[in-house]
Design a protein around this ligand. Structure first.
Ligand SMILES: [Zn+2]
Ligand SMILES: [Zn+2]
Length: 303
């Protein structure tokens, strides 16, 4: 199960209803932050997530509405006694950008900050999941990220093993480790491995084939939807997407669910954009700040 919480769903500048881009993926006790706009630390405090639990932050691009929250969050973690290292991943230039912001103001943090620049086709593996980057198309160096839970091994079918003449004990362990015992092969007594869940986040982008490739078969695609249907020209000019374009990408990539975010402040009620997108891709949801979802093999459930 993955829990996804939207901390900021507006584009460019904040409004009284929407903060700017940030979302969190929780897998067990691990929290990964994707983008960190100005004010994200306060959004985290209002949500039920603990900002001290964040292990890693992935930044899609260096526009302020996606990263200006970093220096404040880094300092607050320091003042709150953080000892664990914090990893921040992002496109080329992220190291200079972060250090420039931190050096410009007084502030102490005593934990290790690890800043890792990624290119557009890299995978980093962690204990329980991996995160892969893919290039997006936004006029500046920009990345989308695919968060993928590790596949879980199939469970051992004890009754089947006994029925095939295997005695409980060391031989069970051998089969579970992939060895054959007395002519019985592991695949005869192990259920199929379960595929891990995957969530793709585009950050800002025009509709692009690289996003289709990067999100192919994902369980959930979270896509730039700055503009409503019919605003293709405006979207192209500012290098963003419309809700319809996001839905077309979701359909082309055969994902299970689509979430629209990064809304222009010209729209008060974004369910209109959701309705328009559903004409192209039925399982579409437009989100507001603090919306939270549970993603499982069987559903995407608001919580
Ligand atoms: Zn943006
Ligand atoms: Zn941008």
């Amino acid at each position: 199960m993955l829990e996804i919480t939207f901390l900021g769903t507006g584009a460019g500048v904040p409004s009284k209803d929407r903060a700017m881009s940030a979302l969190a993926i929780r897998q067990g006790s691990q929290v990964t932050l994707l983008d960190c706009a100005e004010g994200t630390q306060r959004q985290l405090m209002i949500s039920k997530l603990s900002f001290m639990k964040i292990d890693r932050i992935f930044i899609t691009h260096l526009h302020g509405d996606h990263m200006l929250g970093l220096p404040g969050l880094i300092q607050t973690m320091g003042m709150s006694g953080r000892k664990d290292p914090l990893e921040i991943y992002g496109p080329k230039g992220i190291g200079d950008a972060i250090m420039g912001m931190l050096n410009a103001c007084e502030g102490v943090y005593e934990y290790e900050l690890r800043i890792i620049e990624m290119d557009g086709c890299q995978t980093v593996n962690f204990d329980t999941h991996s995160v892969s980057s893919f290039p997006t198309n936004h006029g500046v160096p920009s990345l989308g990220f695919r968060y993928a839970e590790n596949d879980s091994p199939g469970t051992f079918n004890r009754a089947k093993a006994i029925s095939l003449g295997i005695s409980p004990g060391p031989d069970f362990g051998k089969l579970q480790r992939g060895e054959s015992v007395n002519g019985v092969r592991p695949e005869q007594v192990m259920d199929m491995p379960r595929k891990g869940l995957s969530v793709v986040y585009t950050g800002d982008t025009v509709p692009d084939e690289s996003v289709v490739i990067g999100s192919k078969g994902a369980d959930l695609l979270i896509h730039d939807s700055t503009y409503d249907a019919g605003e293709d020209e405006r979207a192209a000019k500012h290098m963003h997407s419309t809700c319809i374009q996001a839905a077309e990408i979701a359909r082309a990539a055969s994902v299970r669910y689509l979430i629209l975010t990064h809304f222009s402040h010209r729209y008060e009620d974004c369910t209109v954009l959701q309705d328009h997108a559903r004409n192209v891709f039925a399982d579409t949801f437009a989100v507001n700040d603090f919306d939270s979802f549970e993603l499982t093999r069987s559903e995407l459930k608001p919580i």
